[in-house]
Design a protein around this ligand. Structure first.
Ligand code: AMP
Ligand code: MN
Ligand code: MN
Ligand code: MN
Length: 276
């Protein structure tokens, strides 16, 4: 059985492995088809494609697009996109501009609370790739503001906390139109992570399916078996395919590993299977 991992990050966004090393690790973990899906950028794809050719695995160009839907941040993964597509690249350029502004604003707000140098620190950790909250979390953790990196989010970077800046990302409609313009398939990333009510989640999936969305991550590094079972059922209800993605960010991360995901529950149509 071919092994798929269709949601991963590199140093092009907030992962810690450069694209070529990520691909090398995926190949040694036995992954046959890997999607590189950095946040709001395609800048790691070319390097990943060269490495995939060298290691004899298949690389699907992808991207994880940040979306604001009903004032919530939702992530939409685009799979098998044309990385040269103009509409997609222009759309992502707008999100990158917002990220840069937001990073400066997060830095200003933390500075008002006496935390000096967070913007410069996060920017240095991002190493001229785009800046995400992950880089602020790493900086604040390294400077002793929290014992664990994930605790930084709840104390500094989420709603109501000093360094929080509300997202003004793409609309769901725009995200899907960019992905479709680039010939890709749209997939709702880690649906159980949003902690939406079932009603809200169904509303999202209904809109998503109406806009031509292809699938949802039924198996994700951030889902347990019970959540996968619920999502398998919802995929069927909305005529959506299922995808599998670890959301891997690097070896030092939250214990998530490449190539250790369970298979899709039976009855779910895989996103990689052509529609009859
Ligand atoms: P951003 O897109 O810049 O707002 O950053 C979001 C990223 O931060 C996610 O993709 C995760 O990698 C990371 N992140 C957000 N919240 C948490 C959390 N509670 N624990 C660990 N990582 C988080
Ligand atoms: Mn991330
Ligand atoms: Mn995500
Ligand atoms: Mn992700």
């Amino acid at each position: 059985m071919t092994s798929f991992d269709l949601h991963t990050h590199s140093t092009a966004s907030d992962g810690t492995l450069p694209p070529a090393q990520l691909v090398e690790q995926a190949a040694s973990a036995g992954i046959a088809v890997l999607a590189l899906t950095d946040h709001d950028t395609l800048s790691g794809i070319a390097e990943a494609q060269r490495a995939a050719a060298a290691h004899g695995i298949t690389l699907w160009p992808g991207v994880e697009v940040s979306v604001t839907w009903k004032r919530l941040t939702v992530h939409i993964v685009g799979l098998r996109v044309d990385p040269e597509n103009r509409a997609l690249n222009q759309g992502l350029a707008g999100l990158q501009e917002f990220r840069q502004w937001r990073a400066l604003e997060i830095g200003r707000r933390l500075e008002q609370k006496g935390i000096v140098g967070a913007f410069a620190g996060a920017q240095a950790l991002a190493n001229s790739a785009l800046i995400s909250r992950t880089h602020f979390a790493r900086f604040l953790h390294q400077h002793g503001y929290a014992k664990e990196e994930r605790k930084v989010y709840q104390h500094y970077l989420t709603h109501g906390k000093p360094g929080y800046v509300a997202g003004e990302w793409a609309t769901l409609d725009d995200a899907l139109s960019w992905i479709h313009a680039a010939g890709g398939q749209a997939v709702v990333a880690h649906p159980a992570r949003y902690r939406m009510t079932r009603t809200k989640l169904k509303q999202l999936l209904k809109e998503f399916a109406t806009l031509g969305g292809a699938g949802i991550e039924v198996v994700s590094g951030s889902h347990g078996p019970q959540e996968s079972a619920t999502l398998a059922q919802l995929a069927g209800e909305f005529g959506l395919a299922g995808s599998i993605g670890s959301d891997y960010h690097g070896p030092e991360g939250s214990g998530l590993e490449l190539g250790h995901l369970p298979p899709l529950p039976s009855g779910v149509r895989p996103i990689w299977q052509p529609v009859e």
